[in-house]
Design a binder for this molecule. Structure first.
Ligand code: MG
Ligand code: ZN
Length: 366
């Protein structure tokens, strides 16, 4: 009996030890896919329920939170300050990329997970040097410094990138061509098309720059670039047994809001939903992948209002007639959807900066 007690005691001690000796905690993800719908407020999230042909992908989430997006100085944020908040956990001024209000650079989730040996990637439908993706790997005073941001990408921890913005590498103000530098830094860069899923070599760095500026609009025939680039990134980065961090941005939901164009917005949302579905399908099979979906802010003050026209001056509640309250961003709270190990930590109402801190707490090895 006494021996049995000591045996149990020893087992408990060993169990305690293993949790503090760099072992994985039970709710600790080894992979994170962070999807950002730029400008995606709750009405944008709702569009799939009315305009989609499939059930909305958002019905697949059980853990939901809300985040406040205001920057350090402005009630209404821009994508640089909110991108920096999400990527580094630091509130800053509108325009800042990866630096605080005193211009001090802050470690991003890409840099943190890379320090753990994880592979990292960014995918966007804007230029890859645009404010949202830039916040994850660059540190500059102003988002407009895209030539400098593109140079920083090549020296960053990023192992995979896909998006637009070739001009920032080959048609720069300083006339430099960054493609030879990219090769020097170990990147294989393709400017014509995405590779086939499963065809990329483990440990090799890849870049896909498939438009001079932003990628084409969905309504102009972009096709499946975003879901395909996301699947390609997952298949490549998951070859690292230590883990990976991937940021995917549906960049143009925001541009549709600025343009006050419902057809543009709905098409970009349906494309983003398809991309989220690809991430969730992988996470469900894998079991160690945390998926977090949110926005950096809302754009357009978009509302799914009833149809109002000459025949229905008081509103036809049987049909939708979406409206935009502004051509700018708005300060409304933004939903956060999470799935996988650690997902329950994203429930509640909190600041955008908390999302970085929640991820950081989950990945840190004790
Ligand atoms: Mg953006
Ligand atoms: Zn915007």
């Amino acid at each position: 009996m006494k021996n049995l007690f000591f045996l149990l005691f020893a087992i408990v001690l060993m169990a305690c030890n293993s949790s503090v000796n760099g072992q994985k905690k039970p709710d600790q993800p080894t992979k994170i896919i962070f999807l950002i719908g730029d400008g995606m407020g709750l009405s944008a999230v709702t569009t799939g329920f009315y305009y989609g042909e499939q059930p909305s992908v958002f019905t697949r989430f059980k853990e939901i939170g809300l985040q406040q997006t205001s920057s350090a100085k402005e009630k209404v944020t821009d994508s640089a300050a909110s991108g920096t908040a999400l990527a580094t956990g630091t509130k800053t001024y509108n325009g800042a990329i990866g630096v605080d209000t005193s211009l001090v650079p802050h470690q991003s989730i890409v840099e943190l997970t890379a320090s753990l040996g994880w592979s990292t990637g960014v995918v966007a439908t804007s230029t890859i040097s645009h404010a949202t993706p830039a916040s994850f790997y660059a540190h500059v005073e102003q988002r407009v410094m895209e030539d400098e941001i593109a140079a920083q990408l090549l020296s960053s921890e990023i192992d995979f990138f896909a998006g637009g913005g070739l001009a920032r590498f080959i048609a720069r103000a300083d006339s430099a061509n960054l493609l030879p530098l990219a090769a020097e830094k170990g990147f294989l860069v393709d400017t014509t098309k995405l590779a086939a899923v499963g065809s990329l070599e483990a440990g090799q760095k890849y870049g896909f720059l498939l438009a001079m500026d932003g990628m084409p609009l969905m309504i102009q025939g972009r096709g499946d670039f975003l879901p395909d680039a996301t699947s390609l990134a997952i298949s490549h980065l998951s070859q690292n047994p230590k883990g990976f961090f991937l940021m995917v941005e549906g960049s143009q939901i925001d541009w549709a809001g600025h343009a006050k164009n419902t057809e543009y917005l709905v098409s970009e949302m349906l494309d983003f939903e398809k991309t989220i579905a690809a991430a969730l399908d992988y996470a469900e099979k894998d079991g160690n992948t945390l998926v977090v979906v949110t926005a950096d802010h809302e754009t357009g003050g978009f509302a799914l209002a009833p149809q109002v026209n000459e025949e229905n001056p008081y509103g036809n509640y049987a049909e939708l007639g979406p409206v935009f309250a502004t051509g700018h961003h708005s300060a409304t709270l933004i939903p956060v959807f999470s799935y996988g190990p650690g997902a329950e930590n994203f429930k509640g109402v909190y600041q955008n900066t908390d999302i970085f801190h929640k991820m950081a707490a989950l990945v840190k090895v004790e």
